[in-house]
Design a binder for this molecule. Structure first.
Ligand code: APR
Length: 255
């Protein structure tokens, strides 16, 4: 892909970068996006209808099992070229923040991998706005649990208070972790460059971050298979797969 010389120049000089990622950023790792048609066992359920406190109250076992299935799927996948390109970018620009709606932990995976082997590793924040599917906590007392027995009949319970265990993810209608959200809003407002990657931009408050960045004068770059509500505000819209476009962009600008 050819990138405009003025874009390349701008990115080389920019100071603060924020990148918002959605399910599309993990699609090339083999994970389904949220609004894709599901197949197989879960085809009859809409993900958006399982990810809610009401669904858990109605049928906790159904919701627990769906997350258990997704947790297993996440364990078996690895970051893709797009995750690595974002990490590479973070190593090259002065300030970089990843804001992710994904609960798969793949950005953190790349960072930890690099931390082990790189002598020049530079740390950067990864804000998990919607939690992390590998963590489990009590739905009553909030205590985190490292181990639980998966029972075929019942949802596992908290060793402390006996409440039902649930994934540490944000469901529809629930508040986002306050410090992560505040940091995300701050980085969207202060950045020079905002990248929106593989998100449909349909879920608030994450969806408003790109608009906030645009309103504050940041350059907005969007990478997606298809246009989204943010596209009209984007300075550059690259249509395609993030695992292909991001490495090309990083190579063209900082390679
Ligand atoms: N590269 C770039 N974009 C992609 C790719 C890819 N390889 N594959 C899919 N996409 C795009 C799709 O075109 C779509 O716009 O990624 C987007 C995925 O959208 P959603 O499934 O709606 O995922 P997301 O935006 O992350 O959803 C937000 O909704 O249900 C909640 O909590 C859940 O975090 C999730 C939130």
């Amino acid at each position: 892909m050819d990138f405009a010389p003025e874009l390349v120049q701008y990115l080389r000089k920019a100071d603060r970068f924020a990148a918002l990622t959605g399910a599309g950023a993990s699609q090339e790792s083999g994970l389904r996006t949220f609004r894709d048609a599901q197949s197989g066992l879960w085809a009859q359920y809409k993900p958006t209808e399982l990810a809610s406190p009401e669904a858990f109250a109605r049928d906790p076992k159904l919701v627990w099992d769906w997350y258990a299935w997704r947790r297993e799927a996440v364990k078996s996948v690895r970051p893709n070229a797009g995750h690595y390109a974002l990490h590479e970018l973070a190593q090259r620009v002065p300030h970089f923040t990843v804001i992710t709606q994904n609960v798969d932990g793949l950005h953190e995976f790349v960072k930890q991998e690099s931390l082990k082997v790189s002598e020049t590793f530079r740390d950067y924040p990864i804000l998990e706005l919607h939690g992390n599917i590998q963590r489990v906590r009590c739905s009553e007392c909030g205590a985190f649990t490292e181990e639980w027995g998966d029972d075929s009949e019942f949802v596992p319970r908290c060793g402390g208070c006996g409440g039902l265990l649930r994934p540490d993810v944000v469901w529809f209608g629930e508040a986002l972790p306050r410090s992560a959200l505040e940091a995300a809003v701050e980085s969207a407002r202060r950045c020079d460059v905002f990248l929106s990657i593989g998100t449909s931009g349909l879920v608030q408050p994450a969806a408003s971050l790109g608009f906030a960045a645009h309103n504050r004068g940041a350059l907005v770059i969007e990478i997606n298979l298809e246009p989204t509500p943010l596209t009209p505000k984007a300075d550059y819209f690259f249509q395609g797969r993030s695992g292909e476009i991001l490495p090309e962009l990083v190579q063209a600008v900082w390679g």
